[in-house]
Ligand binder design. Structure first.
Ligand SMILES: Cc1ncc(COP(=O)(O)O)c(C=O)c1O
Length: 475
């Protein structure tokens, strides 16, 4: 049974995850019978009438009728009213165990009492101080430097996407080179240069609508398991940086083989390129000190976001070796390497206080490891359920990131035209699965889930019951 044994980062080896994903993709797709699916949608509609009304209104006002790609979006997204700990309550009064957690941004749980009180206190006196400094910026940067092995110096940004754009610019300014190596399937935010080959390796420009080709002409794509490909690209001597999600694309959907980063970072440095970790998710979820601490690989630069501020906005940072970070000069260029970074809301006081508090809470002895224990328990229980079914589904976790693999769309090579339709179908079936799961009282981001410090074994039981409910309906 998979679930308990730890590899260097998670509960299942990269090889096993890939093999089980391939085996899953080879099996016939398990769909929900149309009449059962319609019944589930009807149950959903009956209990979420207020969400339906608000969504009808949003359709005309919000482009696309929604702000986010995180499901549940079919039949329509839910409108939430409040959250507490591991749970959220929608506008119709339904309570859910929240395993989406704002795409991973909520780390301590919803409405963390201490954090809320600290922010409330600040609201009484503080305001926007753009252009001046507030002591919280220094305290937050200091906390980052004491938490992450690679951090000597920090610049805050307003989002993870901005942090990665900043990292690319700093790397280019520092090395005087243009090319950035990106691994296929990895997500680094929606900046033009990173909008190629997202989520499904081989998908190329599929998601790059509105992005001129020349904007990603200096982004070189490499398969995540091909150290030889990386070596060939680096040998040209024009790579400024190699960037990756250290757990693998989409926070571990296609994980790297063990030892990959050690070898890859050595290769990068041999060829004068910087090694960059996008720790926007893993930084606060892989373990204390992020994936870099767990792997024992110190990147030259790394980025943070999301969980850094437990859901407060303006959450991103780029950090790394001081000598490299110092290219982010304030003022005008004076002949040396120069990378302009800006952002009115970067480093704003409320976010800095939230960052200080959140990192303080997760670095308390035992706090994050207890949450990782809850993730491990969830994965063990889910695998017991899946192993007893004939679905081939499986679960694994990296720190507090939980993956529930059910249709494995990313396993198919998106570069082959005959796979495009099946990949789209596999995603659509996965979206269907989320309706019975939510009717079972659980919010899941297509099985790409998270637990928070507020989640417990009781929540796990509800999650397992929701998946048991789904399995009952599969054809
Ligand atoms: C690994 C990774 N990098 C960057 C980002 C972008 O962060 P943000 O949405 O804050 O711009 C995300 C967001 O999902 C992410 O998962």
């Amino acid at each position: 049974m998979a679930g308990a044994a730890l590899t260097s980062l998670g509960s299942m080896s990269a090889l096993e995850i890939l093999e089980r994903g391939r085996a899953l993709a080879d099996r016939p797709l398990r769909t929900i019978a149309p009449e059962r699916m319609e019944r589930e949608r009807e149950i959903f509609r009956r209990r979420t009438r207020r969400s339906a009304e608000l969504h009808a209104k949003a359709g005309g006002l919000l482009a696309g009728g929604n702000e986010h790609v995180d499901p549940l979006s079919s039949p329509y997204p839910l409108f939430l009213d409040h959250g507490d700990g591991s749970e959220v309550v929608d506008v119709d009064g339904n309570t859910y165990v929240d395993c989406i957690l704002a795409g991973g941004a909520i780390l301590l749980g919803h409405n963390d009492r201490e954090l809320t009180a600290a922010i409330r206190d600040l609201l009484a006196t503080r305001t926007g101080f753009h252009g001046h400094l507030d002591e919280y910026e220094v305290l937050a940067a200091d906390r980052i430097c004491r938490t992450f092995p690679a951090a000597e110096s920090v610049r805050f940004t307003a989002s993870g996407a901005e942090a990665n754009l900043a990292a690319a610019r700093i790397a280019r300014a520092y090395t005087g080179r243009k090319k950035i190596v990106k691994f296929r399937g990895h997500y680094h935010g929606w900046g033009d240069q990173f909008m190629v080959d997202l989520e499904v390796p081989g998908s190329g420009a599929f998601m790059a609508g509105g992005v001129p080709e020349e904007h990603y002409a200096d982004t070189v794509l490499v398969h995540p398991h091909r150290i030889d490909e990386l070596a060939d690209v680096l040998a040209a001597g024009d790579v400024a940086a190699v960037i990756s999600e250290p757990l693998g694309g989409e926070s571990g959907l296609v994980p790297f083989p063990d030892d990959f980063h050690r070898q890859a970072s050595m290769l990068a440095r041999e060829h004068g390129a910087l090694y960059v970790f996008d720790e926007v998710v893993s930084g606060t979820r892989a373990g204390v000190g992020g994936a870099q601490a767990r792997l024992g690989v110190t990147p030259d630069l790394f980025t943070l976001g999301k969980g850094l501020m437990n859901g407060y906005p303006g959450c991103g940072a780029v950090a790394g070796r001081a000598e490299i970070m110092n290219t982010a000069v304030i003022g005008l260029p004076s002949g040396g390497p120069f990378a302009y970074l800006g952002g009115t809301m970067s480093g704003n006081t409320l976010s800095m206080a939230a960052c200080l508090h959140t990192l303080g809470a997760i670095t308390r002895p035992g706090a994050l490891s207890a949450a990782i224990g809850v993730a491990s328990d969830l994965v063990t229980r889910l695998n017991e359920l899946f192993d007893a079914s004939d679905t081939g589904f499986f679960a694994y976790h990296f720190g507090t990131i939980v993956k529930i693999e059910m249709t494995a769309p990313h396993v198919l090579d998106a570069g082959r035209p005959e796979n495009v339709e099946p990949i789209i179908q596999r995603r659509a079936v996965l979206a269907d699965y989320m309706v019975p799961v939510s009717n079972g009282g659980v919010l899941s981001r297509m099985g790409r889930d998270m637990v928070s410090l507020a989640h417990s074994a009781t929540d796990n039981e509800k999650v397992v019951n929701a998946y048991a409910r789904l399995i009952e309906f599969l054809g």
